[in-house]
Ligand binder design. Sequence first.
Ligand SMILES: *Cc1c(COP(=O)(O)O)cnc(C)c1O
Length: 369
Amino acid sequence: MDQAGKGVSVQRIYNFSAGPAVLPVEVLEKARAEMLDWHGSGMSVMEMSHRGKEFVGIARKAEADLRELMAIPADYKVLFLQGGATAQFAMIPLNLLGDRKSADYVNTGEWAKKAIKEAKRYCRVNIAASAEDANFTYAPPQEKWQVNPDSAYVHYTANETIGGVEFHWVPDTGKVPLVCDMSSNILSKPVDVSKYGLIYAGAQKNIGPAGLTIVIVREDQLGKAAPTIPSVFDYKIQAESESMLNTPATYGIYIAGLVFEWLKAKGGLAGMEKLNIEKSKLVYDFLDGTEFYRCPVARQDRSRMNIPFTLRDSALDEEFLKQAKGRGLIQLKGHRSVGGMRASVYNAMPVSGVRALVEFMGEFAKKHG
Ligand SMILES: *Cc1c(COP(=O)(O)O)cnc(C)c1O
């Protein structure tokens, strides 16, 4: 499949990796064209001073486009940080606890567990709701949530990248600020940012290259950081220095900016949501129509981004992966903690890739069923 279009012919594979993940081919082409000489500057973006006017322009445009895409209200700061979502697991309690002694967490699987474990180093953690009783195959419904009104915030994982469980609704936590790990479904659909105290996401799933982390934080959450917090981890200090307290992930910000432009050209987040519904439905309808494959996740909470499934006979797993690879379909192995298979179908996965996957799965089932 030559997706690269004009010029050099390049073989692109269908990459179903959970992250770092597929990027839009148009974005990669643009980056390639601008690699040696960005807009007549005679330099690559990688070689630019982060405080020079070229790069400051790139960063401001990226932020403006993200604000437009997500309709981020004016009283929110957008930060371009480093350290991944994992650094946020610590930065959130360090910045938001203030004089409170506890925080609430919703336990939905592998990523929520990691966030909880880290938060426990800094405060008491109240589990407001958990899906552990059904091996993390569903999103706990609102009526099951028991939020402690004295907690500093309520944290949940909008999309469990490993388990394939996604919230298709925004929780209501009353006066307690809502904090969300949106690492693997940010930009996949419109969200009402005003319902959140803080949203964060590592870039390497649905935004751009690894090394960049985006934090969207309401201004009233700033200024509560623990006094010993490292300055680079202090949201307020980073906001005041426009995320340039130190050298930011410049090339990552540039590529993210190209992805934002691509999203705008594709009809924004409403356009993406439509496509993501279409793509994930192709896979789920197929899975539900066979006995050979099975998806463990409760129907109403199935992720549009990460689709876990098992083969009826796990002895065929290796053969499945080998044949898929032979067809140019890679990274379908499930996470080591859960086994089975997982197809990640982020924004940048073309519909043709999803069709090729479903076609292969049908043929494999016919041959081995
Ligand atoms: C990938 C992922 C993380 C961890 O991201 P890092 O950038 O590796 O720190 C955290 N939460 C979710 C939901 C993820 O998908």
